[in-house]
Design a protein around this ligand. Sequence first.
Ligand code: M5T
Length: 678
Amino acid sequence: MVLCPVIGKLQHKRVVLASASPRRQEILSNAGLRFEVVPSRFKEKLHKASFATPYAYAVETAKQKALEVAGRMHQKDLRAPDVVIGADTIVAVGAMILEKPVDKQDAYRMLSRLNGKEHSVFTGVAIVHCCSKDGRLDTEVSEFYEETTVKFSELSEELLWEYINSGEPMDKAGGYGIQALGGMLVEYVHGDFLNVVGFPLNHFCKELARLYYPPRPADLRRVRHDSIPAVDTFENLSDSEAGGADPGQSAKGGRGGEQADGDRSQAPRALDAALNGADSRPRFPTGLLELMDGFKASKSREVGLECWPCGRLWDPAALLAGQQVDGGPQDTSCLQGRPGLPMADHADQAGVCWGSWSKCHPPPPKVLFTACKLKLFDVLKDQGPLQAVDVARKLSTCAGRTEQLLDVCAALGLLEKTRRGYSNTEVATLHLVSDGEHSLQGVAEYNDAHVWGVFTRLGLAVREGAEQTRGALGAMEEERLSQSRELTLQFMRAKHSLSKLTAHHVATAFDLSRFASACDLGGCTGILARELAQEYPRLQVTVFDLPEVTELSGGFQRGGRQTERIRFVPGDFFKDSLPEADLYVLSRMLQDWPDDKLHKLLSRISSSCKPGGGLLVAEAAAEEEGASQSPRLRTLSAGQPRSPDEHRRLLQRHGFQDVRVARAGDLLCVVLGTRAAP
Ligand SMILES: Cc1cn([C@@H]2O[C@H](COP(=O)(O)OP(=O)(O)OP(=O)(O)O)[C@@H](O)[C@H]2O)c(=O)[nH]c1=O
């Protein structure tokens, strides 16, 4: 659940918190914000007397902290983050400003001043939007402050010293920490508690709402005269209705801003839609995954050898040569009879005669993989729109070939081509930029480096009758396991990025609150475990995966409260005993294994599962009984999707009853069975 969808507005931006304060980091990460921490080096010694009010001092200090970090980061890699957040908390007794005590005596002086009295805590916050153009850093600063009143009880000398000797006052403004032992000194608080702790989260969200959702004309008539939107406005804003403007875009009058405003003035923001759709997760990128993945389906049923655009016939063995086309000269003559036909339409046909199509033209997945490998989308994200020659210069590639690559990417809907040059489309910004929260670069990398190779061998294999699809994929799996750490990491990155897109759907397809513990078998980097822990506050989750995977999973973790309830256990689910759990989870696992292994795994789970315990299975959904051709979500999976009935029978065969099936997120089939008494 996202309480404040406006936080999601920062989701696809590179956000930096310019603060070393662990409290600020915790407040913001608990709110669901993803950010890097770069403590500011700005020395907090502005001349206090030159400020008319204590809060003006706090705001200016916050701003200087953030600007210092933006400038330093820009200088360091000529690339500033998108947003830098700075904050400064001070305690004010009248006009006197108290910051962090320098030693115990100083702490004593401060606490004595606060003793038995009311004081104000101000936190100044600066949100700096950055943009680098032609090596120059441009910034737009939004700033605000929040005030909270705190009253201390009458405290004895002895108690004050005891508190000082606890060490708690030293890194805190005014010499106390209200969130810990210092809470005992406080008689009352008026205002935002988190503001005292170091960050006014509520006001921050309102400020984001003000920046990212400028008022609609209709709202202007009834807006209140303060600049802050009413409390109930930001909680109800939805990202899913294309409603959000980017402050950068709206300032520049860019297309995104215009579109958003246009939409909003026509359709009043439905409260319902906002509440139901208040989820900052992006839509499932079906088209993109099909593009990355479609070659598996087409290779698997590759019998038609007639190229759709040109009608030429090809030998299956020639499919192997399909890989060579991305560097070599292109034969595009067969497209000439159909001028203007988008490449994507050719790609659609690829399911019928993919191999021959790929011989004539660079196959779309290869184009995509090559563009990712060259970091094309990263360059355009930071510096686009760019002309082909400029892209070629930045990538150190051949200008002519780069233009071809850009044109194909544009035809595939990954780039937009205008007179100003090429820029990323929304799907590319979301999923093809390497550092994006929902980047699928890992999938592209893995498919390109490994899966492609396996499937290009498949044509030959089918022709010679040597192997079946699963055999080929089994070989891939063996290859994966026997190879290096880098290969494992590549696989993990791919699985990690896909799981981010599906985990929420899997975790919420059924109400799992009756289970106290869960074990995610083959849980890899723990993305689903995290989602489960987040959804079910009392659930303890074990991630069980091969030792080489659990060993590397640490690199994928980020903090947060849920992590305390997640543990990683190394092991092989075919050999080792399974960790005890009320609920076993297999997410996008079953398709990976040939039938013998699949039944072995299910019977091992069945024997470990206590009566009343559960098994949750999530797989790519087959469209209907027997229909199993969709390449959707088959990424990293070997076999064919099963229909809901096939899943039901599978679980029943292994002792699970009351099997329920749900479609989740359109593309997933999630199945929950309860272990019957033996
Ligand atoms: C009153 C109060 C303050 N604080 C902490 O006091 C520091 C203020 O100092 P700052 O200069 O604003 O921040 P910093 O810690 O020096 O970090 P930076 O942002 O890098 O300057 C911040 O930590 C706050 O949490 C608490 O943890 N609890 C409280 O009740």
